[in-house]
Design a protein. Structure first.
Length: 282
């Protein structure tokens, strides 16, 4: 293999090295029913979710649309609150917007009139001295492979590059927990694969805890130490919330062989859990 890029390195003291454990304990979330005549009472979206995530672990969250994946992530980041139970980061409960976390979304959400460098700098925590901030930003911009584009604006770059910028901005916060909500969902297939590799490189350089929501079973199996499948119990009443249906520990060092028989078996198991039957053609 020919290396066309310099190997990814992190300078201790600049790009962060924080990783916190996350613990869900009996977490539930229900939303109030809309006040309409004849509206049925809304049941909980999430119910009795309990899980311990180790510091530095990558956990992927899969589940059908609307099962509460984004809600779960928002609760970890303190952007929403549980109705029951709790979530703790590094042993301390989350009660409001939590500066120990950074969140990345499907849309890069960059300021279009600012340079990439400036957009990344927006992620820096308050109080970072200016010179140190500049070093951190330069390091992150090159970590995501955009050193030659730091003075470009979002309009001048591709969707994949915008998503790299968004990832660098999230990392500028030096998060102990990185929350990613379908971060590559809007990218074309090839760019998505490249972003998955990039995320693994970034995690190797700055091994933070990652909670990754995805609807892509292969992405989950390629990136995660463990995959959790959210869903409703098939024999629960219609008003029951979603909880963890499966927890799968993915074997093998990353990057994994996408074509391995072992992963194919787990893929079939997860697709089955999502209610998608495998067709014999595959
Ligand atoms: N702020 C809110 N108010 C009312 N309902 C909400 C709110 N946020 C999410 N929901 C509902 O909770 C359910 C789960 O949403 P979400 O977490 O976005 O699902 P997912 O990310 O798995 O697709 C959906 O039915 C959604 O309509
Ligand atoms: Mg969502």
């Amino acid at each position: 293999m020919v290396l066309t890029q310099a190997p990814v390195t992190a300078h201790p003291g600049h790009v962060g090295q924080r990783a916190f454990g996350v613990e869900f304990a009996g977490l539930g979330r229900a939303f109030a029913a809309p006040r309409r005549r004849g509206a049925t009472a809304a049941g909980p979206v999430l119910q009795d979710v309990s899980l311990r995530i180790e510091p530095g672990e990558i956990v992927a969250v899969l589940g059908p649309s609307g099962c509460g994946k984004s809600t779960l992530l928002r609760i970890v980041g303190g952007l929403d609150r549980p109705s029951t139970g709790s979530v703790a980061i590094d042993g301390a409960p989350v009660s409001e917007f939590d500066p120990r976390c950074a969140i990345g979304f499907q849309e890069p959400r960059l300021l279009p009139w600012r340079t990439l460098e400036h957009n990344v700098a927006l992620g820096l925590p308050r109080g970072v001295p200016r010179a140190e901030g500049r070093e951190i930003v330069a390091e992150l911009v090159s970590l995501v492979g955009l050193a030659n584009f730091s003075q470009h604006t979002p309009r001048q770059i591709s969707g994949g590059m915008a998503q790299r910028t968004s990832l660098a901005r999230a990392l500028a916060r030096n998060p102990g927990v990185l929350l990613l909500d379908e971060p590559f969902g809007a990218l074309d297939a090839l760019t998505r694969l490249k972003m998955q590799d990039l995320l693994l490189d970034v995690h190797a350089a700055a091994p933070t805890t990652v909670l990754l929501v995805t609807h892509d079973v292969d992405e989950a199996l390629q990136l995660a130490d463990r995959v959790i499948l959210l869903g409703r119990s098939p024999d629960a009443p219609g008003t029951a919330g979603n909880d963890i249906r499966q927890v799968i520990t993915v074997p093998g060092e990353r990057p994994r062989d996408r074509g391995s028989a072992e992963l194919a078996e787990l893929r079939a198991q997860l697709l089955g859990g999502l209610g998608i039957e495998r067709h014999s053609a595959h």
